[in-house]
Design a protein around this ligand. Structure first.
Ligand code: F0G
Length: 460
């Protein structure tokens, strides 16, 4: 046999159904952006060429998933589609109670409304915006305790998503056990650059929480990607499969919130999974009020089928290899051109460090927002600001710059190919070469919470 080891990592699928993308001119995009109040969230998506706004619900489903959806059962109560979904979640997470929700934030809302009260503090490595908002909605504080290096874009470490264990312990001591109803850990750490959390850190955070009798909950949106990073970066895991690693991660927790729109490989859906009988009972009661009966929780039977398969497909090694590599490939190309990105590249997304790239734009003029808008007008690429527009407004309405100003380019799962990535690299490189011409933005109108979704801006 001829010795051959391929260097090219190919998409581990072939494409049997396609969706055309629409080409527009820079002039047309300038007009579309102005009409959208310079807010990429308010663009019509058919005016976007390559949409990297989010990896949430935007993935391509497999033929197996579509097939299972056709064969789903839409019974209001006790549908076999629910039992297949429940079996998959239990098989992977090991949790006793599986509560379907229409997406991740519904699981958060139900959990926090049930377990968290005014004056409490919920520690996490970094809360995602909906998680933070749902905690603050109860009057509690969402406290981010990611390790210090997790806030340094250029520091290269394998597990920059780790929670600072000393800070976790200090927080519990400071506010008192009775005011810390849950300890959370987000894998991977989305708002902190898509950085993974190590198994050692998950285990240690769980031990600290349990030492104080506090429940330990994983925000599991990207559990499969985190498993892959553990496999490839943490000692002792190279020979384990992603599913074995995922099972170990969940074994340290008392429950999880999940958006199946990410590593559930579905276009909609989520769940809350818990071991505690009483907590699950109370959560199910609220579920009936706000989402639906406990065997569908706001989802169609076909959504439950798609998730039941998607949770496993997300753990396939060939898929994870291709996925994580695609992002690293883009990072290598634009880093070589000089573009600063969060190091090392993350699981579901690449984060451009806009504050370093655009030092001529003061933080008060939102450099990352400005870069996202330039990416759209120049190349038709839609990314999202993870920075001072998203996080800068304090609960009392005052303004404080976020720790970092990043543009996140999030990759829908199984959607774009290597030539799309090459095009993206070309656009970003061209922008970098003309970066001094990019202007800052000011706020024209904003909502009191989660302002980035609807904010209206103008270039300065
Ligand atoms: N937790 C994390 C870490 C997330 O990234 C998200 C969603 C959620 C919870 C909420 O899940 O959207 O199903 O309600 N993140 C998306 C994103 C929106 O673009 O990163 P959801």
């Amino acid at each position: 046999m001829l010795p051959f080891k391929a260097k090219t990592i190919i998409e581990p699928f072939r494409i049997r159904s396609i969706e055309p993308i629409r080409f527009t001119t820079p002039d047309e995009r300038e007009k579309a952006l102005a009409a959208a109040g310079y807010n990429p969230f308010l663009l019509h998506s058919d005016d976007v060429l390559i949409d990297l706004l989010t990896d949430s619900g935007t993935g391509a489903m497999s033929s197996r998933q579509w097939g299972a959806m056709i064969a789903s059962d839409e019974s209001y109560a006790g549908s076999p589609s629910f039992y297949r979904f429940e079996a998959a979640v239990k098989d992977i997470t090991g949790f006793k109670h599986v509560i379907p929700t229409h997406q991740g934030r519904a699981a958060e809302h139900i959990l926090f409304s049930t377990a968290v009260k005014n004056g409490d503090v919920v520690p996490n490595n970094t809360h995602f915006d909906t998680t933070r908002a749902n905690i603050e909605h109860t009057g509690a504080e969402a406290r981010d305790l990611v390790r210090a290096e997790g806030r340094q874009p250029q520091t290269i470490l394998p597990f920059k998503g780790n929670i600072d264990l000393d800070a976790l312990r200090a927080t519990i001591e400071e506010v008192g056990v009775e005011h810390v109803p849950l300890v959370m850990l987000t894998v991977t750490n989305n708002s902190g650059g898509g950085q993974p959390v190590s198994m050692a850190n998950i285990r240690a955070a769980s031990e600290i929480a349990h030492e104080y009798g506090i429940k330990f909950i994983i925000d599991a949106c990207r559990y499969a990607e985190n498993s892959w990073f553990i496999k490839t970066r943490e000692d002792g895991y190279a020979d384990k499969t992603p599913i074995e690693i995922a099972r170990e991660m969940f074994s340290y927790a008392d429950g999880c919130t999940m958006s199946a729109k990410k590593d559930g490989m579905a276009n909609i859906g989520g769940f809350l999974a818990l071991n505690d009988d009483d907590l699950a009972l109370n959560c199910r009661n609220l579920l009936i009020l706000t989402e639906g009966f406990p065997t569908y929780g706001g989802l169609a039977g076909y959504d439950l089928e798609a998730i039941a398969l998607g949770l496993y497909e997300a753990l396939e090694p060939d898929y994870l290899h291709y996925r994580i590599r695609s992002i690293a490939y883009l990072a290598e190309k634009i880093n070589a051109a000089g573009v600063p990105t969060v190091q090392p590249s993350g699981g579901h997304a690449l984060y451009i460090d806009a504050r370093s790239m655009l030092p001529h734009i003061p933080v008060e003029q939102y450099p990352a927002w400005s870069l996202a808008n330039a990416l759209y007008t120049v190349g038709g690429i839609r990314g999202v600001e993870i920075g001072s527009v998203m996080f800068g407004m304090q609960p009392d309405g005052s303004e404080k710059p976020a720790a970092m100003d990043l543009v996140r380019l999030a990759f829908p799962r199984r959607v774009y190919t290597q030539s799309h990535v090459d095009y993206i690299a070309e656009v970003i490189t061209a922008l970098y070469e003309q970066r001094e011409s990019i202007r800052g933005h000011r706020i024209v109108w904003q909502a009191p919470v989660l302002r980035h979704f609807t904010i209206r801006m103008e270039p300065i």
